[in-house]
Design a protein around this ligand. Structure first.
Ligand SMILES: Cc1cc2nc3c(=O)[nH]c(=O)nc-3n(C[C@H](O)[C@H](O)[C@H](O)COP(=O)(O)OP(=O)(O)OC[C@H]3O[C@@H](n4cnc5c(N)ncnc54)[C@H](O)[C@@H]3O)c2cc1C
Length: 443
């Protein structure tokens, strides 16, 4: 069976080097330098497109826990990152040139990886081919069109999303649950603002800095979903007649319709994550926390992702992928990296390792395995393939995803410690079981 890895970014490089270490041959297709993404600047594999930081190393941090799990699973890129690290306090930051050079050299020298320097315009589906699509947020337009034909509306080319907060961090003494006009079962959390609070919020919003919107005809984008700061610029009351409209809602505290309301919608089946409805924004991240904290119920909100608007190709994974990141509809086709909706360097690397493990066990012993939801990577994959609302909003590692079932009710710090211990234990068990399963056939 032929294995084709498409895209030599973080996820694709992790897949290729992981398979190589397992003694499994693959072809790695990379379109640069013939076709450029507009963001990458070299023809090397695993180029870090922006920051040189792979985020925190501390396992008290969600990203640190994710990296620790990927290390237990055997990530090759994290090993290389350790060799190329530069001092950065608690973060794992790398010398980006050395990192990309080292990954490129190891791929080029591997007898198990055939590098094919060309753009893949369409996938070939056959029982004799396994495709691993790792073409990232800047997937070429020809492949995008091919995937669009096969996945239909389950493929997006930009992100325009609201921030996301943990449900437990919402101050319910300043909020109430209700659906507009009393319909439904109180699925929304409503955060009321009085006139003074609304004024303060709008002022802060107007003063905040926004990020430039690159790579789009912004008029097209704005017709479909205006960022809140743009709406606010249309007039003081524009938000009150838009995403902050209070009609159909009564605050049980006052018995009246509030002056303005921010409605929060559930983001996952576990109801641990919520996001404000119609609050897509391109404010700078540091400003989002400051501005949105002006909403009384969100004054201590824990933001697990910030709102963004940028070019980003990703699939609607809840509709298209199973929990092993294999496509439900495309024959023998896996996805990993940011195209799945898992956002961030550690997420791309760890999903690449996970797919490589499953492709190996599929090839060697005809099985695939799901990661337990109690692990950070397992909970991310569960989120994008099962628990998240469709259409998916890209997500990165956060503690709001980890289940609490089976753990004693404790304070936040202790709960996280127990969640972390359980995640690492389950990851170790998964790694051992995977190895046992392929033992003997592992080259
Ligand atoms: C501008 C920008 C800045 C970002 N900054 C950060 C950051 O600072 N920190 C962070 O954690 N995350 C960041 N991200 C998010 C994400 O972590 C990175 O995009 C990450 O590189 C994703 O890894 P990937 O392997 O999925 O995709 P990529 O690393 O982008 O790799 C995809 C590869 O596929 C190739 N390719 C695309 N189409 C084809 C095709 N048809 N045929 C062959 N090859 C193809 C591309 O050339 C590329 O090499 C950023 C994203 C963007 C777009």
């Amino acid at each position: 069976m032929e294995i084709r890895v498409i895209g030599g970014g973080l996820a694709g490089s992790e897949v290729a080097l992981s398979l190589s270490e397992m003694g499994i041959k693959c072809s790695l297709f990379e379109m640069r330098p013939h076709v450029q993404t507009g963001v990458h600047t070299s023809d090397r594999f695993a180029e870090l497109v922006c920051s040189n930081s792979l985020k925190s190393r501390s396992i008290e941090n969600a990203s640190g826990l994710l990296k620790e799990e990927a290390t237990i699973l055997g990530s090759r890129l994290l090993r290389i990152a350790e060799e190329c690290k530069v001092p950065a306090g608690k973060a794992l930051a790398v010398d980006r040139e050395r990192f990309a050079d080292s990954v490129t050299e190891q791929i080029s020298c591997s007898p198990f990886v055939s590098v094919i320097s060309k753009e893949v315009e369409e996938l070939e589906y056959s029982s004799q081919i396994i495709n691993i699509v790792a073409t990232g947020p800047l997937t070429s337009s020809r492949l995008f069109n091919h995937l669009s034909e096969h996945l239909g509306e389950a493929l997006y080319f930009f992100d325009a999303v609201s921030p996301m907060v943990t449900t437990e961090s919402i101050d319910m003494s300043d909020a109430f649950t209700a659906d507009r006009y009393g319909t439904g079962e109180g699925d929304y959390i409503n955060c009321p603002l009085n006139e003074k609070e609304y004024e303060a919020f709008v002022n802060a919003l107007m003063e905040a800095e926004t990020l430039p919107l690159e790579g789009f005809d912004s008029r097209l984008l704005f017709e479909r979903c205006q960022p809140v700061e743009e709406i606010a610029r249309q007039g003081r009351d524009a938000l009150r007649f838009g995403p902050m409209k209070p009609v159909g809602l009564v605050d049980p505290k006052t018995g009246k319709q509030p002056f303005a309301v921010v409605q929060l919608r559930k983001e996952n089946l576990q109801e641990t994550l919520m996001s404000p409805v119609g609050f897509q924004t391109r404010l700078r991240w540091k400003d989002q926390k400051r501005v949105f904290s002006k909403i009384p119920a969100l004054k201590n909100a824990e933001f697990v992702r910030y709102g963004v608007m940028h070019r980003n190709t990703y699939i609607d994974s809840p509709k298209t992928l199973d929990p092993t990141l294999k496509s439900r509809s495309l024959q023998n086709t896996f996805f990993c990296g940011q195209i799945t909706g898992l956002e961030g360097y550690p997420e791309a690397i760890s999903s690449g390792r996970f797919v490589a493990m499953n492709v190996a066990s599929l090839k060697l012993v005809s099985t695939r395995r799901e990661l337990p939801r109690e692990t950070m990577l397992g909970s991310l994959i569960d989120h994008i393939t099962r628990s998240a609302r469709s259409p998916l909003k890209p997500v990165y590692a956060n503690f709001g995803l980890l289940p609490r079932e089976g753990l004693p009710r404790q304070g936040k710090k202790l709960t996280r410690l127990l969640q972390t211990e359980r995640a690492l234990k389950q990851t170790r068990r998964f790694a051992v079981e995977w190895r046992n399963a392929i033992d003997g056939v592992y080259c």
